[in-house]
Design a protein. Structure first.
Length: 119
């Protein structure tokens, strides 16, 4: 399991991305999708200890995002302040934001272990 932020919001990812500017500078060239997931990704995915990486994703149904599924945000930054990021996300988006562990098993669904919450 990887530690991540997650929240539920009845907006398309493109609208969420617009609200996260300029802190998380995604743009349309960072967007991709497949049969189940839609995501925005910036930075190097293999970055572990240096550099920045962000991935914002949610399941979709080909017409819109699945609003009953969480938006998952992975942020890796060497100087990230988890409290500050979580608080900013909750205030900026107007939703409850959680931080912790997320495991996705398509047979049993999402499993969460919440460490912190804001909003």
């Amino acid at each position: 399991m990887e530690r991540k932020f997650w929240f539920y919001i009845e907006k398309e990812l493109s609208d969420v991305v617009a609200k996260l500017q300029p802190i998380l500078p995604f743009d349309e060239s960072d967007r991709d999708y497949e049969d189940t997931w839609e995501w925005y990704e910036t930075g190097a995915a293999d970055t572990v200890d240096s550099g920045c990486y962000a991935n914002l994703s949610r399941e979709h149904d080909w017409e819109q995002g699945c609003y009953d599924c969480p938006v998952i945000l992975i942020v890796r930054h060497p100087e990230m302040d988890i409290e500050a990021v979580g608080s900013w996300l909750a205030e900026r988006l107007g939703v409850t934001v959680h931080y912790g562990e997320v495991h996705i098993d398509h047979r049993t669904g999402y499993q969460f272990r919440t460490i912190l919450s804001w909003g």
